[in-house]
Design a protein. Structure first.
Length: 367
């Protein structure tokens, strides 16, 4: 079909048609346009989304298109609801798993009761979420099940961790407006264990979505909900929400020396004082500014031990592989095989943004 004349603004400059990719399937991209489609008789689809292909030029350049990407769309075919993505605008953030571009924050949902709030599990989820470098919005649901005094105690306790939770009840309609304003105009990834009320909350936020409450898995993208699949849902008042499957115990796969970055309490202590050693892991080193009597120090040490074990096993694997390569390269030749220093932790080269929170969600089978 012939392409319609580009729209112009009053100054005569061409107006680009821009939008956000809300779903990716095979080589098709569902793009939600920033503005409603121009009024044009009955040919306009009711919702301003177009099913788009990717221009061959982008494909040649190796330019991937992810959910959350801001894109320029050309040749809109309003009647057919089709278009072509000609440009991907620079990303502000990029998560690997789930694959989402430009996410602004993680909405971590836990329940205060039923199931009772497990601080150890919450701590794990928080640390995992912190590795993404995104803002964390901690939301505690089912506040209808505890007393105001208990609620206050939780708030104070979590303030000590460096978090200010929004305490809501989906069922009793408590503080939902407060939460809603935090999601406005943002791309938010919802996360949290099963049973805490995530589906109930998403149903409230996006009434059209109709999630089945009380189901163990499935959630938003029933039938194709794998950890690699993600879809953004539009909030009626603006903003987009990505749901992710529930999980129980996320793996922490950060470098031991990075762990401190993911505890606000550690950062606070490091801002106030200095450890004697620059590479202090805050475990048993002398003159450490972090070690001490704070609630989650125990969690810190536990996660640190896990990170060290993981680091060492990855290091051993890498050493074994490089030895194998060296051996096969110079088969038969006598050679010196250096023993690699395993105590010195290499700094992770991955940027925060490219770290993933998939482990938050475990391996979800296709349902
Ligand atoms: P999900 O697994 O995190 O998606 O949780 P669901 O939305 O399926 O909810 C699990 C259970 O918690 C359901 O029985 C809900 O009715 C219940 N529930 C959700 N929100 C609240 C709440 O604010 N208060 C109470 N008392 N129960 C809730
Ligand atoms: Zn220290």
């Amino acid at each position: 079909m012939s392409s319609p004349a580009p729209e112009s603004n009053p100054s005569g400059a061409e107006v680009l048609l821009t939008g956000t990719v809300v779903a990716v399937q095979a080589n098709y991209y569902q793009v939600q346009l920033d503005l409603p489609a121009p009024e044009n008789g009955n040919t306009i689809p009711p919702s301003p989304t177009l099913l788009c292909t990717r221009r061959a030029r982008l494909k040649k350049m190796g330019q991937q298109v992810m959910v959350g990407d801001r894109v320029v769309v050309e040749e809109p075919d309003w009647a057919g609801g089709r278009g072509a993505i000609s440009q991907v605008l620079p990303r502000e953030s990029e998560l690997d798993r789930p694959p989402v571009a430009n996410a602004n924050q993680i909405l971590l949902v836990f329940a205060l009761e039923e199931p009772p709030l497990d601080t150890h599990q919450l701590s794990r989820f928080l640390v995992k979420a912190e590795t993404t470098g995104l803002k964390i919005c901690l939301c505690l649901n089912k506040s209808d099940l505890i007393s105001p005094e208990q609620l206050q105690q939780w708030k104070e306790r979590l303030a000590g961790w460096g978090y200010e939770p929004v305490c809501i009840s989906v069922e009793a309609d408590i503080a939902l407006d407060e939460l809603y304003t935090q999601l406005n105009e943002k791309i938010t990834i919802v996360s949290g264990p099963s049973g805490v009320g995530k589906s109930s909350l998403i149903n409230y936020l996006i009434p059209d979505i109709n999630l089945r409450v009380g189901e163990v898995s499935g959630k938003l993208n029933r039938g194709r909900h794998t950890t690699r699949h993600v879809e953004l849902f539009k909030l009626p008042a603006g903003g987009l929400l990505a749901d992710t499957p529930g999980f129980n115990q996320p793996d922490l796969d950060c470098e031991p020396e990075d762990l401190a970055l993911y505890f606000p309490e550690v950062q606070q202590r490091l801002a106030e004082g200095r450890c004697q050693f620059n590479d202090c892991l805050h475990a048993d080193e002398p003159n450490c500014a972090v070690r001490g009597d704070w609630e989650r120090y125990e969690h810190y040490l536990e996660f640190l031990a896990e990170a060290v074990i993981l680091h060492d096993s990855l290091q051993q694997q890498a050493d074994a592989e490089s030895n194998m390569k060296m051996k096969s390269k110079r088969a038969g030749e006598q050679q010196y095989e250096p023993k690699l220093e395993s105590k010195k932790y290499r700094r992770s080269s991955r940027r925060f943004q490219t770290q993933n929170i998939e482990d938050l969600h475990g391996d979800i089978e296709e349902v």
